[in-house]
Ligand binder design. Structure first.
Ligand SMILES: NC(=O)c1ccc[n+]([C@@H]2O[C@H](COP(=O)([O-])OP(=O)(O)OC[C@H]3O[C@@H](n4cnc5c(N)ncnc54)[C@H](OP(=O)(O)O)[C@@H]3O)[C@@H](O)[C@H]2O)c1
Length: 284
């Protein structure tokens, strides 16, 4: 399997063979089925090989159609989806992946994630045990979690011998997640960044970022994506136009120096896109 121009990161994957994931993909939250289909096809044409979706985005059908439109081979793309809150539990999670595969029109996903821990509901251990079975059955090539904190990962480790391959968390220069990134790394878990651009917003107009962007002759979004890449993070910005899709993939031929990294480190405020705290946030 090869992903032109985009570096890959190896996911540790229980007893199953390691899996390579491209470091940049396309995010698809809050996009309808038809738009997703077009966007996925365009992204694949531009050289993207990794798509992040979720059952709760209700656009898996569009991801599958976009993939088939592209004419690419199944082995040459990496497709990731997530278990929604209402389908947590041992049996429910297994049925949920079957339903996702049906909507995607695929026989397996490359990565399956528990979308949120939902500690009050208390089913993430059962759900994880279901994911382990799905991994063994070959319905997912790798399994992981999203929005898990150290306390949730500790509980998983007490009840399972399979370490999540990834932990997908909110991560951008406003919320740099130093603690959780180090905690993931210590456990051998790859960190994925969601809302890598801070969902655009004021971050991309930040004067310190504009200065670094000007110095490199790049856009502020490219500087932020390069910042993720240099730290070994896997990410998937969402963009609507061909121009932005192309721009977001074009971050592999320049390097941020120590001064640039220090300037970006100074942008941390603890702000979160929707103020979602995984200890209490719930969505189903
Ligand atoms: N696991 C979770 O709980 C979770 C939660 C949220 C998101 N996610 C995933 O993470 C993905 C990305 O996060 P996100 O969509 O929330 O936010 P994001 O990728 O940080 O930002 C997307 C916004 O940035 C704009 N943008 C993209 N490229 C740009 C560029 N080069 N220059 C200027 N603006 C640019 C987009 O505008 P246009 O669209 O107008 O181009 C869009 O408004 C999601 O799509 C989803 O797959 C996961």
């Amino acid at each position: 399997m090869s992903f032109p121009a985009v570096p890959q990161i190896t996911l540790r994957n229980g007893t199953i063979e390691p899996v390579a994931i491209p470091q940049i993909g396309l995010g698809t939250a809050r996009i309808g089925v038809d738009e997703t289909q077009k966007l996925v096809r365009t992204a694949f044409e531009l050289g993207y090989r990794f798509i992040d979706t979720a059952a709760s985005y209700e656009n898996e059908v569009g991801v599958g159609r976009g993939f088939r439109d592209s004419g690419l081979a199944r082995a040459d793309v990496f497709i990731s989806t997530k278990l929604r809150g209402s389908e947590q539990g041992l049996d429910a999670a297994k049925k949920a992946l079957d339903a996702s595969l049906e909507r995607l029109g695929l026989e397996y996903v490359d990565l399956y994630l528990i979308h949120w821990p939902l500690p009050r509901v208390g089913k993430y251990i059962e759900s994880w045990n279901a994911m382990e079975e799905l991994l063994a059955a070959g319905k997912a090539r790798a399994i992981g979690v999203s929005n898990f904190m150290a306390e949730h990962l500790d509980r998983l480790a007490q009840h399972s011998s399979t370490t999540p391959a990834v932990n997908q968390i909110e991560l951008h220069p406003r919320e740099q997640q130093q603690f959780q990134r180090a905690d993931n790394a210590r456990r051998g878990i790859v960190t994925q960044a969601w809302s890598p651009l801070g969902n655009a917003g004021d971050l991309l107009h930040e004067p310190a970022l504009l200065t670094v962007a000007q110095k490199h002759g790049r856009s502020p979004a490219q500087i932020v994506l390069r910042w993720h890449i240099q730290q070994g993070i896997v990410t998937f910005p969402k963009a609507s136009s061909q121009e932005r899709l192309a721009q977001n993939l074009d971050v592999f031929d320049f390097e941020l120096d120590e001064g640039d990294l220090t300037a970006i480190a100074g942008l941390e405020t603890g702000w979160r896109v929707n103020g979602q705290d995984p200890r209490v946030y719930e969505e189903f």
